[in-house]
Design a protein around this ligand. Structure first.
Ligand SMILES: Nc1ncnc2c1ncn2[C@@H]1O[C@H](COP(=O)(O)OP(=O)(O)OP(=O)(O)O)[C@@H](O)[C@H]1O
Length: 254
């Protein structure tokens, strides 16, 4: 494996929904400026694990974790951690594009506005920068003040990524970001992920193994709440160590 810095690390992590143990003793490191993909059959715990990385599951009744998640070597479940601050560092993009019923411009600057930033030049510059980063600028520059809901699904998802980037996170979590998109929009998002990893650490949940193989540097294969295998993506797909990984990537189950 390469020798980049560990951006995120799970140590002896168990996660429960009530009595149900959804993640079993997960130990894994996710390196800075790389793309790490989580794959595995439905219900194996991919989304649960992704959501522990910015404490999104704090909202779920009965959810609790044991063990640690380190972000830059600091446990994000420490008592003194302010979850709002954590989510500024660890942004998230969801499966279905979820723009707010506001203009394109208001969507992008939303996170900055709620932080109390009102400097118009800064807001405009950030909007243009992030829309350029997500390759949306040329498509929307003449309709910034029109509703975001009038955009196509693929454009909406790039807008949601721009919105996540506007608050300058260092990590972006993506939960099946292309599953609702057509192949052309999917290709655009995949190219974008490739570009973004220069500046961000990206963690992506995907059901699409070709996608994991195309966009990620490292892949983690989950099965029934366990992290069965973690390796360089190429290694995991060409010479997996575990029979369960082999069976999954060859389509024998899942
Ligand atoms: N809010 C919840 N309350 C109770 N159990 C839950 C909740 N969310 C998920 N689970 C359970 O935790 C396990 C892992 O679910 P999770 O959504 O993390 O899997 P996944 O691998 O992301 O699945 P999929 O690929 O279908 O999205 C499943 O057994 C699921 O039923």
């Amino acid at each position: 494996m390469s020798k980049k810095k560990n951006k995120l690390e799970a140590i002896d992590l168990n996660a429960y929904y009530g009595d149900f143990l959804a993640l079993k003793n997960i130990n894994v490191s996710m390196e800075e400026n790389l793309v790490t993909a989580f794959i595995g059959p439905s219900g194996c715990g991919k989304s649960t694990f992704l959501r522990t990385l910015n404490r999104m599951n704090d909202y779920v009744d009965g959810f609790r974790v044991q063990g640690q998640i380190l972000l830059d070597e600091q446990d994000i479940y420490r008592k003194e951690v302010q979850v709002d601050e954590l989510r500024k560092q660890v942004g998230m993009v969801f499966q279905k594009p979820n723009p707010f019923p506001k203009t394109i411009y208001e969507n992008v600057i939303y996170g900055l506005k709620i932080q109390g930033i009102s400097d118009k030049t800064l807001l405009q510059e950030t909007a243009e920068k992030t829309l350029r980063q997500t390759t949306l600028w040329d498509e929307v520059k003449d309709k910034l003040h029109k509703s975001a809901l009038a955009l196509s699904g693929g454009q909406q998802q790039r807008l949601c990524i721009a919105r996540a980037l506007a608050i300058s996170p260092s990590v972006v979590l993506m939960d099946e970001p292309t599953s609702a998109l057509d192949p052309i929009s999917t290709a655009k998002i995949e190219e974008l992920i490739y570009e973004l990893k220069k500046n961000y650490t990206i963690i992506i949940v995907t059901h699409n193994m070709q996608q994991a193989a195309r966009v990620s540097d490292h892949t983690a294969f989950f099965y029934m709440g366990e992290l069965v295998e973690f390796a360089k993506t190429k290694t995991l797909f060409t010479s997996p160590k575990e029979t369960r990984t082999q069976n999954y990537i060859t389509g024998r189950f899942g």
